[in-house]
Ligand binder design. Structure first.
Ligand code: GTP
Ligand code: MG
Length: 197
């Protein structure tokens, strides 16, 4: 994937605020602080297209970015952050479900887990929703630079068991080393059904 342009378009909470459904789209989901924004920045070769932070739960909106003028990447708000106000938490489920259910141009969701963490209830619920709405899912395990080889094998096994997915289903990724970047692009391009130039 050659990235020529990458631009923020807009933030939304409701369908009438989404960008027009005129281009293929790939969205990124995962627990707050899992590394969604960092992963998108690595994919599009931008240091800070998407704001990253060490304070979890900063991104509470659905953020649309247009790449090469030919497709959208969507940074979805993270789940599982304790300090988010209750009112925001209550809105999160309907906001995400509505997006997953009603977005006609959504071709795939990159579902992100942390190699060091056992998937939690919200992660499993997200997998259920993706299945319920028939959204093609690209499972990714990130932050693999943070563990040694043996912990990597153990983490992968633990995550595969908890999710019921095959260990082979996961692309291993690191935003620091950029390991896995090409493989994720290949899987996104497959989901788009073309090479997304
Ligand atoms: P929210 O938007 O708050 O839900 O978080 P997020 O999922 O977008 O996570 P973000 O990309 O902001 O990353 C959270 C923290 O993890 C930041 O301090 C990143 O620098 C760090 N981080 C993300 N990916 C990696 C990685 O692959 N390796 C390492 N070592 N750190 C990472
Ligand atoms: Mg983020």
């Amino acid at each position: 994937m050659v990235i020529k342009t990458a631009e923020f378009v807009k933030s939304a909470t409701r369908p009438d605020q989404y960008v027009p459904a005129e281009l293929p789209e790939v969205a990124f989901v995962g627990r707050s602080n899992v590394g969604k924004s960092s992963l998108i920045n690595v994919l599009v070769n931008r240091k800070a297209l998407v704001r990253t932070s060490s304070t979890p739960g900063r991104t509470q909106l659905i953020n649309f970015f247009v790449i090469n003028g030919s497709f959208y990447t969507v940074d979805l708000p993270g789940y599982g952050f304790a300090k988010v106000p209750l009112s925001v938490k209550r809105q999160w489920g309907p906001m995400i479900r509505t997006y997953l259910e009603q977005r006609p141009t959504l071709k795939a969701v990159v579902f992100i887990l942390d190699i060091r963490r056992t998937p939690q209830e919200e992660d499993l619920q997200m997998l259920d929703w993706l299945e319920e709405f028939g959204v093609p899912t690209i499972p990714v395990i990130t932050k693999i630079d943070k563990v040694k080889r043996r912990e990597l094998d153990g983490g992968l096994k633990r995550i595969a068991e908890a999710t019921g997915l095959s260990p082979d289903a996961f692309t291993l990724f690191s935003a620091s080393s950029r390991t896995g970047r090409e493989e994720i692009w290949e899987r996104i391009e497959d989901a788009f059904g073309t090479s997304a130039e």
